[in-house]
Design a protein around this ligand. Structure first.
Ligand code: ADE
Length: 230
């Protein structure tokens, strides 16, 4: 099967590229795409650059040009839930865009006409992740991930996102990849390891824990890849 692995930043895919070891590269639409065989699958791997627009471009190209049949996102997130500590893994049950606001027309936050506030991640991939977590002896949280084109570093904004969307973690790419996948009918999965608590310390914590948390997420994603049916 052709599987796509996406991160937002180079640091989020570096541990994957180190593990697969050998790959070919191609350039398209402003990204480098790394292709290889791994776990009996063909992989296409890329980092999109930060944010909803760049990640939507990358996901679309992976589907249309590289023929990805499933997309798995690996990276880091700011924790909202008090249960989530730095380095913990959270998989998205569903994702939303916390920065969409057309409430002036009577719509709820996060809603775009002909869309939905929440987009659910693929249930088979989530079940597989739950099995992988048990086998690896890792605690894997499942919850709502809120996405927006903002690095959240304030308790007020974080609390608003929690209250409005019942979100457990936040980041800047998951819901846009989810939106692309929903529209192309491609199953997707979003995994994040916590790098910070989206509060006043978030900037410093992110810089400190980006690499270590990104590699926790990447390691888990590669274990899932090896177990996805062909
Ligand atoms: N990704 C990791 N931490 C984040 C934060 N605090 N805000 C947005 N995206 C993030």
């Amino acid at each position: 099967m052709k599987l796509a692995l996406i991160g937002a930043m180079r640091e989020e895919i570096d541990p994957i590229l180190e593990a697969v070891n050998e790959y070919t590269t191609s350039e398209y639409a402003g990204n480098t795409f790394y292709e290889c065989q791994y776990g009996g699958h063909e992989l296409v791997i890329a980092y999109s650059k930060i944010g909803k627009v760049f990640s939507a471009i990358t996901a679309s190209v992976m589907i249309e040009r590289y023929k990805a049949q499933k997309i798995l996102f690996s990276g880091v997130a700011g924790g909202i839930s008090k249960d989530l500590k730095i380095g913990d893994l959270v998989m998205a049950s569903a994702l939303c865009q916390h920065d969409v606001d057309i409430t002036a027309f009577g719509h709820p936050y996060g809603f775009i006409p002909e869309g939905s506030v929440m987009i659910e991640a693929d249930s088979d991939l989530r079940s597989l992740a739950a099995e992988v977590a048990v086998d690896m002896g890792i605690e894997l949280y499942e919850g709502i991930i809120a996405t927006g084109d903002q690095f959240v570093a304030s308790a007020e904004r974080k609390e608003w996102i929690e209250k409005t969307f019942n979100a457990d973690a936040l980041e800047m790419e998951g819901a846009s990849v989810a939106c692309v996948c929903q529209n192309f009918n491609v199953p997707f999965f979003v995994l994040r390891a916590i790098s910070d608590a989206a509060d006043g310390e978030a900037g410093m914590d992110f810089d400190t824990f980006l690499k270590s948390s990104a590699s926790v997420s990447a390691k888990f994603i590669l274990e899932m890849v090896a177990r996805i049916g062909h």
